[in-house]
Design a protein around this ligand. Structure first.
Ligand SMILES: C[S@@+](CC[C@H](N)C(=O)[O-])C[C@H]1O[C@@H](n2cnc3c(N)ncnc32)[C@H](O)[C@@H]1O
Length: 434
């Protein structure tokens, strides 16, 4: 990304026709020449949507925007382009790294390559990443991480926090080197598409010769990312921070003016399994438990708790009706498994909304982008449920736009076409204020 400048766009603050011409949040495949076009599969909405949404929320340079599910950092990139403050939270270390890289503005390609040319470590691999990365690749990652930490008298965890929150650009090369390895790991590890609910799993016996080594893939990614950052539009990052935490349990006294976010959808996508190679690379820098991460994710496919029907009271009528329909569905697994994972999703969505009620300032406004989904033939109206939860938490909320989505994760499950042959989902923009 080019240098921080004063030449940021003037903010048009007029709120006439507020939602009429808001672009669709739907992420279309961008042109290959667009910076970070390869990242579109990680995103919930486009940069154009994020900028236009923030403008319609009346963003000013003094505003502090919260994105509690920062994902690939689209909201923060919009904040940096508009010149306002932003705070992104995400439970996944890979999402943090990707978000942070998208707003990097001073990467030094020579330094990135110096890190990536580091010799492999001779130490035994300390982490479980051996399970996913080939042994040679794991010791290469370990060597690069040691080179990044070398000469800095801080623990890797402290370094990680510095990398995430630096706004001077001083650590941009380190961030780009780490992201290059994470994406290189994806190319050099063969994952197999599984069935619902785990969409990917690692191939047990990998044929070493058929994949490029992580070292080569990482070097290619370093070129791509550096080029993307240097050709991206000018932006500034005066007050943009990123924090790794489960948003539903985040303790902070900070308050925010605006919110722009897209929580996980109830589509049974397991982000941890889907990002296994990328996360395995980061396990060499910061310790975290992949199993725990899977359980803590909103929308986890694991039945982490059993729910009684009365426990779901208080999440709104629409939510209760939907959960009751799942509970009463004739299918064998409905009461044993699906009821509980849906209840868990809505418990965490409700906890998210209560956090927003605590963290947003008086007269705050926000946008939540959400898709609905199907369980068998039952439509799960997540955007409506979210709007009802927001209203119950003291906000005024309504759905201001819905776009149909034909290409979505649900289509990967062949059985779904039996229940809902059309299977067109709605993606909604939920607005709230108080
Ligand atoms: C749909 S993605 C967000 C995409 C983002 N709006 C963008 O365009 O880049 C949802 C994100 O929520 C994160 N997430 C899931 N559970 C979470 C939790 N309990 N706390 C914080 N983040 C969580 C996932 O790691 C994922 O990155």
């Amino acid at each position: 990304m080019k240098i921080v400048g004063e030449a940021q766009p003037e903010l048009p603050l007029t709120r006439s026709n507020r939602w009429d011409d808001l672009p669709s949040a739907k992420v279309k495949r961008p042109k290959k020449s667009d910076p970070f076009s390869w990242a579109y599969t990680y995103t919930g909405y486009s940069v154009d949507f994020a900028i236009q949404a923030l403008l319609r929320l009346g963003v000013t340079r003094k505003a502090m925007v919260l994105d509690p599910f920062v994902g690939s950092g689209t909201s923060l990139l919009a904040c940096s382009l508009l010149g306002c403050g932003g705070h992104g939270v995400d439970i996944s270390p890979f999402s943090l790294l990707l978000s942070r890289s998208r707003i990097a503005w001073r990467p030094d390609e020579r330094l990135v390559f110096k890190y990536l040319k580091t010799k492999s470590s001779t130490h035994e691999d300390r982490h479980s990443s051996k399970d996913v990365l080939r042994p040679n690749d794991a010791s290469y990652v370990e060597g690069v991480v040691q080179a990044i930490c070398k000469g800095r008298s801080v623990t890797p965890q402290t370094l990680w926090r510095k990398l995430m929150n630096d706004t001077t650009g001083r650590f941009d090369s380190e961030v780009v080197a780490l992201l290059s390895m994470a994406l290189g790991a994806r190319d050099s590890t063969r994952l197999e598409k599984g069935s619902n609910p785990i969409w990917y799993r690692r191939v047990e016996s990998q044929t070493e010769s058929s994949q490029a080594s992580l070292r080569i893939s990482a070097a290619n990614w370093a070129k791509t990312i550096s080029h993307d950052l240097l050709s991206a539009p000018e932006a500034g990052r005066k007050d943009i921070t990123i924090q790794q935490h489960d948003f539903t349990t985040l303790k902070t006294t900070k308050r925010y003016d605006l919110c722009l976010t897209s929580p996980p959808y109830m589509n049974r996508l397991d982000y941890v399994v889907a990002h296994l190679p990328e996360l395995s690379v980061l396990q060499h820098l910061i310790p975290f438990n992949l199993d725990q991460l899977r359980s803590d994710m909103i929308g986890t496919t694991r039945a982490v708790r059993k729910y009684h029907t009365e426990q779901t009271e208080g999440w709104g009528d629409r939510c209760r009706e939907t959960l009751n329909s799942i509970y009463n569905h004739a299918s064998y697994a409905s009461q044993r498994y699906y009821y509980h994972i849906h209840a868990d999703y809505f418990r965490r969505l409700s906890a998210t909304i209560l956090q927003l009620a605590r963290l947003m300032k008086d007269r705050a406004e926000g946008i939540v982008v959400l898709q609905d989904s199907f369980y068998k033939d039952i439509k799960i109206p997540t955007p409506q449920i979210c709007a009802e939860m927001l209203n119950n938490a003291g906000f005024e909320s309504s759905i201001v736009r819905t776009t149909s989505v034909k290409a979505h994760m649900g289509r990967l499950s062949p059985a779904q076409t039996l229940y809902a042959p059309e299977k067109i989902l709605g993606e909604s923009v939920v607005y709230f204020s108080r």
